[in-house]
Design a protein around this ligand. Structure first.
Ligand code: SAH
Length: 355
């Protein structure tokens, strides 16, 4: 049974007919749902129908904890799902608007060596409605100057989870996030980040609005990538890079390669030179990030100054690259860190959260 927050208008219309309710209610209900309202809040809907709708699964995500960075106003959030699972999100302020980083799975099974989200494996996929609720919960919780303006102007699917390992729900989320009767956000303002599930990259071209594709590459060759990302054993760089190029060619959108610099692993000038050769001829940009050290992992990041040196090595070889702005370093901004702390704190009530 699909949850209410995930539903499309035509599906809602059939559901209402099955319930013996007039179809015109669908438009009213969709308006409420696009703002994340629960059935009990739908005041122009008759009470009897509200009660019946409230019996269906909703697909909500409630913000249960927020931490605001004192340095840059970044807000990290913990969301609780209806079954008690916890996922995280980050709201980042930029000059052009606010970007919300959302989670697509509780946990992750991709096993990347540097990532905190994958430490305990995948618990379950999020529904499209739960992903949409991450956005609408922020809209409802953060004050805005102008009621008609949205708080969230951009979305990045870079929180917990691998979106292409939850393909159907991700595609539905993208449809709803961009639809006029959904969140109405332009696909240009949505980025989907993947560790590289190659066949799904091809499917995405046909199945979803053309969003910005980000590929977590993190290595210039298979030897290094094998050590950092187990997914590379299934999908080699010889397949991944052409898939990225194909996405860029067909959609006309520039692909972003993410590259977390790990000290002594992928950060030499030879690595930069090899990466530049691999990416030549692709409409792309490289986002460099000094690896955020995760206490459970024995891998260290480089300094920002070093990251700029690496950027120079790429630029010199005519590859567009920048060092990503670092946000929320004082609030466990990196993927999966806050969720893990929350789990630890709950297991050990002595260690109370600090914020
Ligand atoms: N599964 C998707 C999206 C979630 S991870 C993916 O792999 O792209 C979002 C980004 O954060 C990815 O580029 C991931 O490689 C990166 N990341 C994870 N842990 C990190 C860390 N400790 N330091 C820097 N980047 C990290």
């Amino acid at each position: 049974m699909i949850d209410l927050a995930s539903i499309k208008k035509e599906e809602l219309e059939s559901l209402l007919s099955e319930m013996g309710e007039p179809r015109f209610r669908a438009k009213q209900i969709m308006e409420w749902l696009s703002r994340g309202a629960k059935p009990e809040e739908m005041l122009n809907i008759p009470k009897a129908l509200r009660t019946r709708l409230a019996e269906l699964p909703f697909g909500g995500a409630e913000i249960i904890e927020t931490r605001r960075s004192k340095k840059d106003d970044t807000v990290k959030m913990l969301y609780e799902l209806a079954d008690g699972n916890i996922v995280e999100g980050v709201l980042m302020r930029y000059s052009y608007g606010n970007t919300l980083c959302i989670s697509t799975q509780a946990g992750c099974r991709m096993g990347c060596a540097f990532c905190a989200s994958t430490l305990n494996g995948r618990v379950r996929n999020l529904t499209a409605g739960e992903m949409l609720s991450e956005v609408t919960a922020v809209e409802r919780n953060f004050a805005k100057d102008d009621e008609k303006k949205r708080v969230v102007t951009n979305i990045v699917m870079m929180g917990c989870g691998e979106p292409l390992d939850n393909y159907e729900n991700t595609v539905r989320f993208l449809e709803r996030a961009t639809a006029a009767d959904g969140l109405g956000i332009s696909p240009r303002n949505i980025s989907l980040s993947t560790c590289g599930l190659v066949p799904k990259i091809y499917s995405l071209i046909d199945d979803a609005p053309h969003v910005t594709l980000c590929i977590s590459l993190h290595a210039p060759n298979n030897e290094i990538r094998d050590k950092l990302m187990p997914v590379n054993h299934s999908f080699r760089m010889e397949e991944l890079i052409p898939a990225a190029k194909h996405y860029a060619d067909v959609t006309g959108r520039r692909v972003i390669f993410e590259y977390a610099l790990v000290d002594g692993v992928n950060s030499s000038e030879e690595c930069a030179a090899e990466l530049a050769e691999k990416l030549r001829g692709i409409n792309c940009h490289v986002n460099l990030i000094p690896l955020n050290s995760v206490k459970e992992r024995d891998l260290n990041g480089v300094t920002r100054a070093y990251a700029h040196t690496f950027e120079g090595w790429l630029n010199k070889r005519h590859i567009s690259a920048t060092v990503r702005r670092e946000l929320g370093t004082d609030i466990d901004g990196a993927c999966g860190q806050l969720r893990n702390k929350h789990a630890e704190n709950n297991a050990n009530p002595e260690a109370a959260p600090t914020a």
